[in-house]
Design a protein around this ligand. Structure first.
Ligand code: FAD
Length: 294
């Protein structure tokens, strides 16, 4: 069974995509349309985010299972330690194995409600993502990824501390890392340099999201933890009242970022899709990352 790390280390440029558990039936239809539209473009792998609790977690598992059973895509389940005992985490990991899912993105997760609220470990749970990396590794032959943060994790005191713990987590048994959203290629490349300077060669994928609307731009600010840089604000701010022009410029900006990353030796770009395929297909097409058919 092909693993994520096998798919991202072929030396060929490509892309991967991230979906979210569908909220309702209409969302599920949208999601599966997006999956079918992207499938033919041969993404390196597809992943499904792990919900904050109960029914959303069930929907994550159902979607990841369906991807493994009903498509030829290499699928990865996200998993977080938040509000889980070790016994529950073992069950989920066992369920992944039963479904033929061999790839897990292991994270700590955020406290439900307020992501910056107090982190309280489950009394029989895990404290850090690195503990989850070890647990997944101990339970079987999994390919394990972790999260990385170009501007530092919001709870980290400074970038040096952030790098130290990130490298510790990678060395605990991670095969690769995926970076949180960022605005400019240098922000990602500096993170890659920090990891390399610490002597760690684990592959790192950039997280990419086409900034198609002011709402998506605001989401990028929220997830990345960075304000919009002046160079990008100068291009997008004047277009806020013109949806078509904003979208076109947003796609241009992301395409330029991706071109620079590919020129800097990045092989795989990881797209956050929010269960829509159009913008990803557009950027991937402009980058020439579509499979060559004979
Ligand atoms: P950790 O690596 O445990 O780090 C948490 C904090 O603790 C950091 O500040 C770190 O520096 C510090 N730290 C780490 N180890 C130690 C140590 N040994 N001693 C002291 N301090 C330490 N969230 C979801 O709920 N579901 C998802 O599906 C999801 N998918 C994501 C996908 C990607 C690509 C990314 C980038 C994020 C995703 N998130 C998701 C969000 C993520 O769960 C949160 O950002 C979370 O806060 C990050 O957890 P972590 O795994 O990086 O935590």
């Amino acid at each position: 069974m092909t693993t994520v790390v096998e798919r991202i280390t072929t030396g060929r440029a490509g892309f991967s995509v991230e979906f979210m558990p569908p909220r309702d039936e209409a969302d599920e239809v949208r999601l599966w349309n997006a999956i079918r539209e992207l499938e033919g473009l041969d993404p390196a792998f597809v992943s499904v985010t792990y919900g904050a609790g109960g029914s959303s977690r069930d929907r994550t598992l159902r979607t990841t299972g369906r991807l493994a059973q009903e498509t030829d895509l290499v699928s990865m389940g996200h998993l977080t330690a938040v509000n889980h005992s070790v016994a529950e985490l073992r069950n989920v990991i066992g369920w992944f194995a039963e479904q033929g899912i061999r790839n897990v993105l292991a994270m700590r997760g955020d406290p439900p409600g307020d992501p910056m609220g107090e982190w309280v470990k489950h009394p029989r749970g895990l404290e850090y993502a690195e503990d989850l990396v070890r647990l997944v590794r101990d339970l079987g032959d999994f390919c394990v990824g972790v999260a990385a943060f170009p501007y530092g994790h919001p709870r980290s005191a400074d970038l040096d501390t952030d790098t130290r713990y990130l490298v510790r987590k990678l060395n605990a048994g991670a095969d690769f890392a995926i970076a949180q959203l960022f605005f400019q290629p240098e922000d990602f490349l500096r993170l890659r340099d920090r990891i390399a300077a610490a002597g760690c060669q684990t592959p790192l994928l950039p997280g990419v999201m086409p900034m198609t609307t002011p709402k998506v731009l605001a989401k990028t600010v929220e997830l990345s933890g960075s304000p919009v840089p002046a160079a990008i604000a100068r291009r997008l701010d004047p277009l806020v009242g013109d949806a078509k022009a904003f979208r076109a410029e947003g796609i241009d900006i992301v395409t330029e970022t991706c071109q620079r990353l590919l020129a800097e030796g990045v092989d795989i770009l990881h797209f956050y899709t929010f269960n829509r395929s159009k913008a990803t297909r557009e950027v991937v097409g402009r980058l020439g990352l579509v499979p060559v058919r004979s």
